[in-house]
Design a protein around this ligand. Structure first.
Ligand SMILES: [Zn+2]
Length: 278
């Protein structure tokens, strides 16, 4: 599932590419992708004729502001892709929504597993639609903080580190891949208690959090073998080639050569190095 670096990669591309563009027509062929609307007409009429003025991200949600004051919200789910293409380009299988601009091609939403979605709402109604956004935690890329503030958050929550990192109400946008990579970079185990860290460990965890995410964005995010994540141009991310632990069970640790371990933690696979992480 795309996490902060993948969604931020797409946000930056959209910001460069669709701001100022006016939507001419919208075609919906997959109703499940716009399931919050009673029918597709209600979705289409709020988009046609509007211009995109801002592209924001809230956690893993893309929020496009329109000059009508409505918001177009996009969540990629498990397998959603947004593609910028020329109108004449062949339509990929599982294309559910096609937005055509007055000048400059189309934006297509492709989603084989249909967990992703698009909907139009207002700023006031956004948190009614997605309650998770009302309690969204800090964004480590958009809102840098001091390591001391981060340290207080660790002390206050008293939970295992992986749970802490993946809790959207504490830190926004992290999932299974980046929590494992951040913990490896910090030399900390997934099941360490958040309130057991030394001052030095807190600083190291905060630095690893920020650096790992910025690095992942620099490489355009991660595309796994079983996932469909691509950028607006249809290009896969490259950060998976830089993963230190995620999906590397039994492969040699890049730091100490010990085999990477895999554990089940809260129903999900967790990858770590038993030598490097304490
Ligand atoms: Zn190691």
């Amino acid at each position: 599932m795309p996490e902060l670096p993948e969604v931020e990669t797409i946000r930056r591309e959209l910001e460069r590419d669709v701001i100022g563009r006016r939507i001419k027509t919208v075609a919906v062929t997959g109703n499940r992708s716009i399931r919050r609307h009673a029918n597709k007409k209600l979705f289409i009429t709020r988009l046609e004729g509007t211009k995109i003025t801002h592209v924001d991200r809230k956690g893993k949600y893309l929020v496009l502001k329109l000059d009508s004051t409505d918001l177009l919200v996009i969540h990629l789910g498990m397998s959603g892709q947004l593609l910028r293409v020329a109108a004449k380009e062949a339509v990929a299988k599982h294309t559910h929504v096609t937005i055509t601009f007055t000048q400059g091609g189309q934006l297509r939403f492709v989603d084989p597993r249909t967990f992703g979605e698009m909907f139009v709402t207002t700023g006031d109604e956004l948190t009614d639609e997605v309650p998770e956004l009302a309690t969204l935690g800090v964004d480590p890329v958009e809102e840098p903080m001091s390591w001391q503030t981060f340290g207080h958050m660790l002390m206050r929550h008293q939970m295992k580190l992986k749970t802490f990192l993946m809790d959207q109400s504490i830190i926004a946008g992290l999932g299974n891949i980046y929590s494992d990579e951040i913990l490896f970079a910090a030399g900390l185990r997934y099941d360490r208690q958040s309130d057991s860290l030394s001052t030095q460990e807190m600083r190291r965890l905060y630095r690893s959090l920020v650096e790992t995410l910025h690095d992942a964005i620099k490489y355009g995010g991660s595309t796994l073998s079983d996932e469909q994540y691509v950028d607006l141009a249809g290009k896969a991310g490259e950060y998976q080639e830089h993963h230190k632990v995620y999906d590397r069970e039994k492969q040699a640790c890049r730091r100490c050569r010990a085999p990477i371990a895999k554990a089940k933690f809260q129903g999900r696979s967790t990858y770590f190095c038993e030598q490097c992480q304490v």
